[in-house]
Write a protein that binds this ligand. Structure first.
Ligand code: UDX
Length: 429
């Protein structure tokens, strides 16, 4: 073994696991994937892809002969010395990360000199140390441990794997760290090789910082509304400063997804558990919660009461190019609208199946034009590219009202107004 074509094991075939597996297959590795979900494994074996992620299906098809799926950990153990752990770490009621799936994997891996856990799952800082402590107590001292956090964005995860901004490897300076570094070498990305705690913290701090950037620009947007400035112009002016940068400065109706809300909470909780009150993150979370409700006051301002009013939501996923509904702003918004007596219709190009499970009271339409039929107001919730090119005259004809709220500042305001509609964005006078 060793060298660029080292076989690898991937435990957990969610977003992170599947993309990691497909990415390593693309780099020429034989990949042994394991998941406890029998149905999922059966689907993957048949060549079905359980999630929507651009480019993923192509890679899974292309490397079908080199990707092996099983519910039996023994298959991966028989072939690979590096076992990437990519199982879920959802939040618990206390705000801590639930590490039971991680611990189950650790417990199941037999001790061996030439074997290492490679942690991809996002875990609290200190998890690697505590896992190693437990292993030692159990006398399992031969197993190595590496932290290798992932920074994949849904919707561009395959590209992010193959063209990462950086690769972070935290380890004890043994063979396993060297082997993981070697795996990523062909990608030519800057490498941060460090200790395990620091690697874990890089991941949490990066996500918390990006979330802070979003809540910051959302607060600037809210002040812009009071002062007559346009947050899109303000963000453009700020972003040209190299020290600030233009990314993650798009104001809107809040961040969602599987990572930011969870990781910000987890870092705040981690700090709290160790006796430090992370004030900034408390505000980041609160600003985001309020921002998800911000559309409500805009609707009321224009329409008065919402009882019996029809509101159409364009887009439901937490961001474009994914069917992921986790922590999506649409969930908060649709629940608030229903509570205030509005009738809500919605259209999302991909996320409908997921959304149906979570939003029972919603009327689902099969196109944007069908969703806006009879609507008093239209709210852009997710900036799918197809909504930018909507025929606004056609929309105006379908609607019974005239209000368009652009929750992502993604539409061409002039085009909307030219159709005789009233346009209102976030943070734009
Ligand atoms: C994020 C991190 O970017 C990634 O590095 C990490 O590994 C996983 O979490 P992801 O959740 O897929 O990725 O989505 P991302 O593109 O980062 O967007 C997160 C949320 O922030 C979305 O709801 C998006 O709409 C929102 N957002 C993003 C804004 O509101 N404004 C912005 O300027 C950028």
């Amino acid at each position: 073994m060793g060298g660029a074509r080292e076989p690898i094991g991937v435990i957990g075939t969610g977003y992170v696991g599947l993309v990691t597996a497909a990415g390593f297959a693309e780099l020429g590795h034989e990949v042994w994937c394991v998941d406890v979900d029998e149905e999922k494994v059966a689907r993957l074996r048949r060549g079905e892809v359980p999630i929507y992620e651009p480019g993923l299906e192509e890679l899974l098809v292309k490397h079908r002969g080199h990707l092996h799926f099983s519910t039996d950990l023994a298959d991966a153990l028989a072939h690979a010395r590096l076992l990437f752990v990519a199982v879920g770490t959802p939040p618990t009621y206390s705000g801590d990360a639930d590490l039971s799936a991680v611990h189950a994997v650790v417990d199941a891996i037999p001790d061996a000199d030439d074997r290492s856990l490679v942690m991809k799952s996002t875990v609290p800082c200190g998890t690697g140390a505590s896992i190693q402590r437990v292993l030692k107590e159990q006398g399992r001292t031969r197993l190595s441990y590496v932290s290798c956090p992932e920074f994949l964005k849904e919707g561009s995860a395959v590209k992010d794997f193959l063209e990462p901004d950086r690769v972070v490897v935290g380890d004890n300076g043994d063979w396993a760290g060297d082997a993981v570094v070697a795996l990523y070498e062909p990608l030519g990305a800057p490498l941060v090789r460090t200790d395990i705690q620091s690697a874990e913290m890089v991941k949490l701090a990066s996500n918390a910082f990006l979330a802070t950037k979003i809540s910051f620009i959302n607060e600037i947007a809210n002040v812009c509304e009071q002062t007559g400035a346009d947050v899109v112009e303000v963000a453009r002016g700020m972003g040209l400063d190299d020290r600030i940068g233009p990314k993650f400065l798009q104001a809107g109706i809040g961040f969602g997804g599987s990572c930011f809300p969870k990781d910000v909470d987890a870092l705040k909780q981690l700090a709290g558990n160790s006796g430090y009150h992370f004030q900034l993150l408390t505000a980041v979370i609160e600003v985001n919660e309020l921002q998800k409700r911000r559309v409500m006051s805009k609707l009321v301002k224009h329409l008065g009461g919402l009882v019996g009013r029809r509101v159409a939501l364009l887009g439901l996923a937490f961001k474009p190019n994914t069917d992921d509904m986790r922590e999506a702003s649409s969930l908060v918004l649709s629940a608030r609208l229903a509570a205030d007596g509005a009738r809500v219709s919605a259209y999302d190009p991909i996320a409908e199946e997921e959304a149906r499970k979570l939003m029972p009271g919603l009327e689902f339409a099969d196109s944007a034009l069908a969703a806006v039929e009879g609507a008093d107001a239209v709210v852009l919730v997710t900036e799918w590219p197809e909504f930018r090119d909507l025929d606004w005259a056609g929309v105006a004809e379908q609607m019974s009202g005239w209000l368009v709220i652009d929750g992502r500042n993604a539409l061409d305001a002039d085009a909307v107004r030219a159709a005789g509609l009233v346009y209102e964005g976030i943070g734009r006078a």
